[in-house]
Design a protein around this ligand. Structure first.
Ligand code: F6R
Length: 603
């Protein structure tokens, strides 16, 4: 959630490297930031509350330094102020930290008894004090870092500097991602690839419980005192893929990338008349039922997956929010496949849900976007979505890639179970080819989305309604709207409105009705009539085969009709675009909505 960058090299550019890295990590956390760098015989710390520009205004970019660490913070322990910003220094140790230390309170009490005085409310300052205390007994930084791992409970990616070792940067990792970028005479640490992607192509991913000593010429990784071999890999993306490429916002760029992402995600499975779909996916027929566990939009993708897999493959699917699932009594069945869905592959609750399923002996499948991420490594089987790097905090292209992958799973199971006939397969193949163009068509309706945003901008509440797959879409549409435009909205199963919520419908209340499934459309249309007769301003998102309620829509967004399996991939585009246009109209920080962060690595 927060961002870490660190540098040690043979030039004196460190301050620029850190600030540049933080700018590139700004999307991960952004309520305060800070750097520590060696200059004039000591580690200097500069930190500021608020936007990164506040920090930059306090920093002399020309300060000469060849080693340092930087951090952008998304507050967990303690308010978002300068005092709580990282880096934190205690005694001889200066550190930056991502994650949460669960036993920090007891550690803190103990360290206070030993004479340490704390200035911040953070768990991080406790780690620096503990390092300092251990060092006072041991006087060997590497051994102290190794020991630290035994004392800490929770999640941590740490960048560590010691006053007595101004040539080395130390790192420790557990349950929070950290990579080491390597190049000639210059080495880096980063919590996420973009921080250093313009500096080096090569990296080593630190595994849990591993720690590292990094100097300008050398990277050494250890576990339990043993030196490990370096497994150097190359980044998958290039620097261009993390720039806006002319778009006003990353979110708009990512929404517009969906036709390409759809092709990249589905093409590998749809060659040779689905022969590859059968070959390239694991055999799911052995599972009697499926449990999908995820967070946020990934759960909403799972809800669409449930509809598709149940309808097409005749297999029961239950969807759960990971943060609930992990603390509940479990009733997982022996022959139940647990699918976890995650863009980042690092979401703490989803990771924990995965561990619970594994401990219970269930087979697990990860639908993951970030290659080599923790969840991808931990799951028994992985199917990668090909959305590329997603920078905007609110997911769009990764969500639709998840939906596409779940539709492929439904199709795979349906084919294997002989539940789909040749004629439908032929039609489906035709549809799949047309989808990127249809997406493009929908993306070009900017004026309509802008007009709708303008119509609803003065309302405090917006309702999204639909049934079955359209209800799952309504939930994602509603989440997108509230997270980036700060307009309150609710998603309702259309048939449920009359059991209470319809009392909130007044003259002009915006209701976005999603009607794409012709089997259930007449029922949803009845609900549209109910809200319309109470004065609602109805915005319909529908296709030709469900559009006989035209008279009841105040605004109509027609989406092309394709096979039901892939229809949600078209319906989602207007929902994303309405949220985007409304956020823009309201002057919101679209790529970095307040209080939110990309990759939620705390529970
Ligand atoms: C919403 C959004 C979040 C994520 C959720 C899970 O726009 O982005 O709801 O979908 O935090 O994240 P991942 O997919 O990384 O596990």
């Amino acid at each position: 959630m927060c961002g870490i960058v660190g540098y040690v090299g043979n030039d004196d550019n460190c301050v620029r490297v850190l600030i540049n890295g933080l700018k590139r990590l700004d999307y991960r956390g952004y309520d305060s930031s800070g750097i520590a760098y060696f200059n004039n015989g000591k580690f200097n710390i500069i930190k500021e509350e608020g936007k990164l520009t506040n920090l930059i205004s306090k920093v002399n970019l020309d300060s000469k330094s060849n080693i340092g660490i930087g951090h952008t913070r998304w507050a967990t322990h303690g308010a978002a102020n300068k005092q709580n910003a990282h880096p934190h220094k205690m005694g001889k140790f200066t550190i930056v930290h991502n994650g949460i230390i669960e036993n920090y309170d007891e550690l803190k009490k103990d360290l206070i008894k030993k004479g340490y005085k704390f200035k911040s409310d953070t768990d991080t300052e406790v780690i620096s004090a503990l390092l300092d205390y251990l060092y006072s007994k041991e006087n060997d930084v590497l051994k102290v870092v190794q020991k630290l791992n035994f004392f800490l409970k929770g999640s941590y990616a740490l960048g560590i500097l010691c006053d007595d070792d101004k040539d080395a940067l130390y790192a420790l990792k557990k349950n929070s991602p950290l990579i080491i970028g390597v190049s000639d005479g210059k080495n880096y640490i980063a919590s996420d690839v973009p921080a250093i992607l313009n500096k080096t192509k090569k990296y080593v991913a630190l595994e849990d419980d591993c720690y590292a000593k990094i100097t300008k010429d050398d990277v050494k990784i250890f576990k339990d005192g043993k030196n490990l071999d370096l497994n150097v890999k190359e980044f998958e993306y290039d620097d261009a893929s993390i720039s806006k490429q002319g778009y006003e916002h990353f979110m708009l760029k990512e929404i517009n990338e969906q036709p390409e992402v759809f092709k990249k995600t589905t093409n590998p499975y749809l060659k040779n008349n689905f022969e590859w779909l059968l070959k390239k996916m694991p055999d799911f027929t052995k599972y009697k039922c499926i449990r999908i566990v995820a967070c946020g939009s990934a759960t909403h993708a799972g809800l669409i997956g449930k509809q598709m897999i149940e309808k097409y493959a005749n297999c029961e699917v239950n969807v759960e929010t990971a943060s609930e699932f992990r603390y509940r009594k479990q009733f997982l069945k022996d022959d139940e496949l647990v699918i976890v869905i995650s863009q980042s592959g690092e979401t703490a609750d989803t990771l924990e849900a995965l561990k619970i399923a594994k401990d219970n002996g269930n087979d697990t499948l990860g639908i993951i976007n970030e290659k080599g991420s923790t969840i991808a490594r931990e799951a028994k089987m992985v199917l990668y979505t090909e959305a590329g790097k997603e920078i905007a905090v609110a997911t769009t292209k990764a969500y639709s890639a998840q939906v596409a992958m779940l539709s492929l799973i439904a199709l795979n199971l349906s084919l294997k179970k002989d539940l789909i006939d040749k004629k439908e397969i032929k039609e489906l193949l035709k549809d799949v080819k047309k989808i990127p163009d249809y997406m493009q068509e929908l993306l070009s309706n900017k004026e309509l989305y802008r007009k709708i945003a303008n119509d609803i901008k003065d309302y405090n509440d917006v309702f999204f309604i639909g049934r079955e797959v359209d209800y799952a879409l309504a939930q994602e549409g509603s989440l997108k709207l509230k997270e980036i435009s700060y307009t309150h909205s609710e998603a309702y199963a259309a048939g449920e409105l009359k059991h209470g919520t319809i009392s909130l419908i007044d003259e002009g209340t915006p209701v976005v009705a999603i009607v794409t499934d012709d089997e259930i459309a007449p029922k949803t249309i009845s609900n549209i009539k109910e809200v319309k007769s109470r004065g609602a301003h109805v915005i319909g998102i529908t296709n030709d085969s469900c559009s006989d309620a035209s008279d009841y829509y105040d605004e109509l967004i027609k989406i092309p009709k394709v096979n039901d399996l892939f229809q949600p991939l078209l319906a989602i585009i207007p929902l994303q675009m309405i949220a985007y246009e409304l956020a823009k109209l309201k002057g919101c920080n679209i790529d970095k909505p307040k209080n939110l962060a990309k990759s939620v690595t705390v529970e």
